[in-house]
Design a protein around this ligand. Structure first.
Ligand SMILES: *Cc1c(COP(=O)(O)O)cnc(C)c1O
Length: 396
């Protein structure tokens, strides 16, 4: 007679479904720490790459690979890797490519945390960093030394939406690999690999996922570089997890549709804002008045993105009133690329740690408001934004 299964054993081995003939219509989530291996022969075959397989999720998981290979394909890159956040991807990249004594050249206007990370590596690990004017494409090449191992630039900078002339920047760099943070542009608008980049970085927390509900980072690029970065990411444990990667893949399916929509709405709202008396200046690369417009026409033929900024008459007090007036319709939220339109205040969030003088040099005034355009219909957004701006009136 068979020994009845004990409750401990039944419970400990529970959760398994019966085998079935049909297939799920969407990808499964491999929410598992490890993968059971047939034996030592298979272990050897997998670790040496003779057989496809996974062993431990920190080192690799089908959900990671699905997202990484889709982003790589969209960017026209050979390989990709996913990480716990954009900053996780940046950690892995910088630790993989740099050692003490090496030199990095970076655009002066960078995502705040990226600059902070570079400054930390400079202070704690003896890595040299030179910041240059991102609008002067020859400036990068001019400061390259034999120790320069990496150049970093953003396709569209925050918050003034300056567009980098990637072919001109990469032409001046020679053998130095160019890393492009293309979070704002997405592969729908710019493919940096076609313009000389060796690596493309994305905060997957933004447009790639696009629903404001995950933290993810993605690096795609040349095989050798990405392998090295993936290995260091696994070593330092900044990998993503299966569920967030799966959510990222779900979001990615609608990326082209979302980008088409936000480009159209942002362009219309930018033009509306230029005509409003409370607005001093609008920063959108699609506007003929934007300093990067010529570069934007060359780099982004399909559209100019969903991010814009404007300088409000009346400075910080006017911004405070505008945010109150917007209330719950267009929330103040220090992120971007959600399905909802959001406003942010660069002088108080992303660029808070700069001195007032440094902010002024970057053109970040006390009246600067950043808009991340969402998927709502444009007339509604225009009405809500217009009503809030009108309510500021003339009593300043
Ligand atoms: C958000 C962002 C990052 C950092 O990504 P996280 O996912 O928030 O860690 C880097 N670069 C740009 C341009 C970003 O907008």
């Amino acid at each position: 007679m068979e020994t009845p299964e004990s409750p401990e054993t039944r419970a400990a081995r529970g959760g398994w479904y019966r085998e079935f003939a049909t297939r799920p219509s969407t990808p499964a989530i491999f929410q598992t720490t490890a993968f059971d291996v047939d034996g030592l022969e298979q272990l050897d075959a997998i670790t040496t790459g003779r057989e496809a397989g996974y062993i431990y999720t920190r080192d690799g998981n089908p959900n990671h690979e699905a997202l990484a290979s889709d982003v790589a394909a969209l960017e026209g890159a050979a390989q990709g890797a996913v990480f716990s956040s954009g900053m996780g991807a940046m950690t892995a990249t910088l630790l993989a490519l740099l050692k003490s004594g090496d030199h990095v050249v970076a655009a002066r206007v960078l995502y705040g945390r990226t600059a902070q990370m570079l400054n930390h590596l400079r202070a704690s690990f003896g890595i040299e960093v030179t910041y240059v004017d991102g609008n002067d494409p020859t400036a990068f090449g001019r400061v390259v030394t034999p120790r320069t191992q990496l150049a970093i630039v953003e396709t569209i900078s925050n918050p003034l939406m300056e567009v980098a002339d990637l072919p001109a920047i990469s032409a001046g760099l020679g053998q130095v690999p160019l890393l492009v943070d293309s979070t704002f542009a997405t592969p729908c608008l710019v493919k940096p690999m076609q313009h000389g980049a060796k690596l493309v970085f994305h905060s997957g927390s933004k447009y790639l996922n696009g629903h404001g509900d995950v933290m993810l980072g993605v690096i795609v690029g040349d095989t050798g570089l990405v392998r090295k970065i993936r290995g260091i990411g696994a070593l330092y444990g900044v990998n993503s997890n299966p569920f967030e990667s799966w959510l990222g893949s779900r979001g990615l399916r609608t990326l082209p549709l979302r980008m088409t929509q936000v480009c159209r709405t942002a362009d219309a709202l930018a033009r509306f804002l230029t005509r409003h008396p409370s607005v001093l200046r609008v920063y959108y690369p699609g506007l003929e008045s934007h300093p990067s417009h010529a570069t934007a026409l060359k780099m982004m033929p399909a559209g100019f993105g969903g991010m814009l900024a404007f300088d409000l008459r009346g400075g910080q007090p006017a911004v405070a009133r505008l945010f109150r007036a917007l209330g719950e319709t267009i929330p103040f939220s220090p992120t971007l690329a959600d399905t909802r339109t959001t406003v942010s205040y660069p002088a108080g969030t992303s660029h808070k740690f700069l001195s007032a003088e440094e902010r002024a040099t970057c053109g970040i005034t006390d009246g600067l408001v950043r808009l991340s355009i969402g998927l709502e219909d444009e007339p509604t957004l225009r009405r809500e934004l217009g009503a809030a701006l009108d309510s500021l009136g003339t009593n300043e």
